[in-house]
Design a binder for this molecule. Structure first.
Ligand SMILES: Nc1ncnc2c1ncn2[C@@H]1O[C@H](COP(=O)(O)OP(=O)(O)OP(=O)(O)O)[C@@H](O)[C@H]1O
Ligand SMILES: [Mg+2]
Length: 596
C-alpha cells in the first residue's frame, strides 16, 4: 500500500449503505429503548401534527352552516373541537420537547460508544497502519467526524425522521380521503424523489472531497506542531504558512463547490415542490369542475387535502434542507467504519497462550521481513540467544538493528520464518503477556504529559511511589530528579522539553525497569547520556540486566564491549557474531568499526 501524505486525498474504501446506518444505530447499546421511544414519539408527533387538518374537515362538514342552515349542538361541538385542537397543539409541543431531549441522549450515547470503539481500535491497530498515513488524518475521525454525528442526532435527526414520517402519513391520508388525488400526488412526487436521490449522491461525493481537503489541512497542522522546533530552526515559518494557505484554499474551494451545489439544489427543490403542488391543485380544480363536487369530493375533504399537500411539500423541503447534514454524516460514517473495519495485522491468534516463567531464550529461524512488499530489510536471519545473555547489535545506519528487535516484541510480524521465545513462536503468545515479558526502550523516547512519577509508573499502574523511586535509583535517575524543584512531581509536557535528552532516557529507563521484564531491548537507550553518567549506567547494567536476556543497540564502545555477544548487522543479515575479543581478532567489519 502506498503511503499517504498530508497533501494527498485518502481514497474511500467503503461506501455508505443501509447496513452502516443499522450498524450506527446499534451503537445506541443500552440506550436502545431510548431509540425505540424516540421513534414512537416521532411517529406520534407526526400524527398529532396532522390531526388539526382533520378537525378542520370535521368543522367544515359538521359544524359550519350548510346552505344557510345552522346545525344542532354547534356550541358544544365547537368547544369540543377547540379543546381538542388546543390539547393537540400543547401535546405536540410537549412531545417535541421530550423527543428533542431523548434524541440528544441517544446521539450522545451512540457517539460515546462509537468513539470508545474507535479509540480501542486505534490502540489495537499495528504500526503499519500509522506508518501509512499522517496522524492528523486519524485524529479528525475520532474528534470532528464523531462530533458531527452527535450534532446530527441532536439537531437534525428528529427533524429529518419526523418529516419523512409526515411525508408518508400525508400521502396515506390523502389516499384514504381521495385515492385518485393520492395517486396523483405520488406520481407527481416520484421525479422529485429521483432528483433528490441523484443530488444527494452528487452532494455526497462533494462532501467526501471537502472532507479530504480538510483532513489534509489538519494533518499538516498536526505535523507542523510536532516539528515546530525544526520549522523554527530552519526559518520555515513563512514557507509553511504558504503551504497551509494553499491547503486551506483547496479546502475552501472544495467547500464552496459543495455549498454551490447545495445553493442550486435548495431553490431548485423549492421550485419543484411548488410546481408539484400547483400541478396537484390544478388537477384537483379540474377534478372539481368536471365532477359534481358533492358527489366526487366534499369541500371539507378538499380543504384537508390542500392542507396535507402543504404539509407534504413542507416536509419534502425540510428533508431537502437537511440533505447537506445527511451527506456530511454519511461521509463521516464511511470514514469511521473504514477504521473500525481495518484488520489489525498483529492480533492474538486463536491458539495464543500466555507465557509464564520466561527463561529468555530467543531464536530467529530463517527470518525474512519487509516493511514494503518486495523490498526485504532482513533476509534469512538465524540467531539463537541463550537465556540471560547480553547481545549488542551494531552496524551501519539503516542496516536493520531496530527492525530485528521490533520483531521480538511483535511490533511487526515476520514475512517468513519465525521468532521464538523459550521455543514458542511469538505469534502463539498472547500480545499482552509477550509485551509484559519483553520490555522495550525504543530509539525515540516518548514521555506523556504528566509528572515524572506518573511517567515511571506507566509500566506498572499499581506500583507504589516507593517502587517508582526504587526503579529510578536503579537506573541512576534519582539524583537528577531530586535536583528538580518539584522532584518526582515535576510536570513534563508530552514533548518532554523540560528534561534534557539524557534525562528523558533515564526516566524511560526507570519506566522500563519498574515493569520487571525478563527480556530487555534497549535501542540507543544511553546515546544521550554524558560519559560520567554513562559509567554509572554501565555499572547499573551489570546488576539490572543480570538474569535477563537483553538486546542493546548502541554506538558507544564502552556499552558494546560489555556484551556477551556482538552482532554486526548489514546487508539484510547478521554478518558477524561473537564477543568483542573474538570479533577484534577476526579483523572483519566490527574490527573496522572499532578502529574507525
Ligand atoms: N516503518 C518503516 N517503514 C518502512 N521502512 C522502514 C520502516 N522502519 C525502518 N524502515 C527501513 O528499514 C531499514 C532498516 O531500518 P532500521 O530502523 O531497522 O535501521 P537501524 O539499523 O536501526 O538504523 P539506525 O542505526 O539508523 O537506527 C531502513 O532502510 C529503513 O529505512
Ligand atoms: Mg535503529
Amino acid at each position: 500500500m502506498s503511503r499517504n501524505l498530508y497533501f494527498e486525498d485518502e481514497l474511500s474504501k467503503e461506501k455508505f449503505n443501509g447496513f452502516m446506518l443499522k450498524r450506527l444505530i446499534k451503537y445506541a447499546g443500552t440506550y436502545k429503548s431510548t431509540y425505540i421511544k424516540v421513534m414512537v414519539m416521532l411517529i406520534g408527533t407526526s400524527f398529532l401534527s396532522l390531526i388539526p387538518a382533520a378537525i378542520n374537515m370535521y368543522i367544515i362538514e359538521n359544524i359550519l352552516p350548510q346552505n344557510g342552515v345552522v346545525k344542532d349542538n354547534v356550541l358544544t361541538q365547537s368547544i369540543i373541537m377547540l379543546s381538542l385542537w388546543i390539547s393537540l397543539s400543547v401535546g405536540a409541543q410537549i412531545a417535541g420537547y421530550i423527543t428533542a431531549k431523548l434524541s440528544s441522549k441517544l446521539g450522545n450515547a451512540i457517539v460515546c460508544n462509537l468513539r470508545e470503539d474507535l479509540f480501542k481500535k486505534l490502540m489495537e491497530l499495528s504500526f503499519d497502519y500509522y506508518d501509512n498515513r499522517p496522524t492528523g488524518k486519524i485524529l479528525v475521525r475520532v474528534t470532528n467526524y464523531t462530533d458531527e454525528i452527535a450534532g446530527f442526532f441532536i439537531n437534525d435527526m428528529t427533524r429529518v425522521v419526523e418529516n419523512v414520517f409526515i411525508m408518508i402519513i400525508t400521502i396515506v391520508c390523502i389516499l384514504f380521503i381521495e385515492p385518485r388525488m393520492g395517486i396523483v400526488t405520488i406520481v407527481v412526487s416520484l421525479p422529485l424523489g429521483f432528483l433528490m436521490w441523484f443530488i444527494a449522491k452528487k452532494l455526497h461525493e462533494r462532501v467526501r472531497n471537502d472532507r479530504n481537503k480538510s483532513s489534509n489541512r489538519t494533518a499538516f497542522v498536526a505535523e507542523d506542531i510536532n516539528g515546530l522546533e525544526v520549522i523554527k530552526a530552519f526559518n520555515r515559518e513563512v514557507l509553511n504558512d504558504e503551504i497551509f494557505v494553499e491547503l486551506s484554499d483547496k479546502y475552501h474551494k472544495a467547500f464552496m463547490q459543495t455549498t454551490r451545489y447545495r445553493e442550486i439544489f435548495f431553490p431548485l427543490s423549492h421550485g419543484i415542490i411548488r410546481i408539484m403542488c400547483t400541478v396537484i391543485l390544478y388537477v384537483t380544480a379540474l377534478f372539481i369542475t368536471t365532477h359534481n363536487v358533492g358527489a366526487g369530493i366534499t369541500l371539507g375533504a378538499l380543504v384537508t387535502i390542500t392542507t396535507y399537500m402543504q404539509r407534504f411539500s413542507n416536509a419534502v423541503f425540510v428533508v431537502c434542507q437537511r440533505l447537506q447534514s445527511i451527506t456530511n454524516i454519511t461521509a463521516n460514517v464511511e470514514r469511521i467504519f473504514e477504521v473500525l473495519d481495518t484488520p489489525a495485522k498483529i492480533y492474538n491468534s486463536a491458539n495464543a497462550e500466555d507465557i509464564k516463567d520466561v527463561k529468555g531464550e530467543i531464536k530467529f529461524n530463517d527470518v525474512t521481513f519487509s516493511y514494503v512488499d518486495g523490498i526485504p530489510v532482513l533476509e534469512n536471519v538465524n540467531l539463537t540467544v541463550e537465556p540471560g545473555q547480553m547481545i549488542a547489535l551494531v552496524g551501519p545506519t539503516g542496516a536493520g538493528k531496530t527492525t530485528i528487535v521490533s520483531l521480538i516484541s511483535r511490533f511487526y510480524d515476520v514475512d517468513n520464518g519465525s521468532v521464538t521465545i523459550d521455543g514458542k513462536d511469538v505469534r502463539d503468545i498472547t500480545i499482552e503477556s509477550l509485551r509484559e515479558n519483553v520490555g522495550v526502550m525504543m530509539q525515540d523516547t516518548f514521555l506523556f504529559r504528566g509528572t515524572i512519577m506518573d511517567n515511571i509508573r506507566f509500566s506498572k499502574p499499581d506500583a507504589t511511589d516507593e517502587e517508582c523511586i526504587e526503579a529510578a535509583k536503579k537506573v541512576c535517575a534519582h539524583d537528577f530528579i531530586m535536583n528538580k524543584a518539584e522532584g518526582y512531581n515535576t510536570v513534563i509536557s508530552s514533548q518532554g522539553s523540560e528534561l534534557s535528552a539524557g534525562e528523558k532516557q533515564l526516566v524511560s529507563f526507570a519506566r522500563l525497569i519498574l515493569g520487571d521484564p525478563k527480556v530487555i531491548i534497549l535501542d540507543e537507550a544511553t546515546s544521550n547520556i554524558d560519559s560520567e553518567t554513562e559509567k554509572l549506567v554501565q555499572e547499573m547494567f551489570k546488576t539490572v540486566l543480570k538474569g535477563r536476556t537483553s538486546f542493546v543497540i548502541a554506538h558507544r564502545l564502552s556499552t558494546i564491549r560489555n556484551a556477551d555477544r556482538i552482532l554486526y548487522i548489514d546487508h539484510k543479515s547478521i554478518l558477524e557474531d561473537g564477543s568483542h575479543e573474538q570479533l577484534v581478532k577476526e579483523q572483519g567489519y566490527y574490527y573496522r568499526l572499532v578502529n574507525h
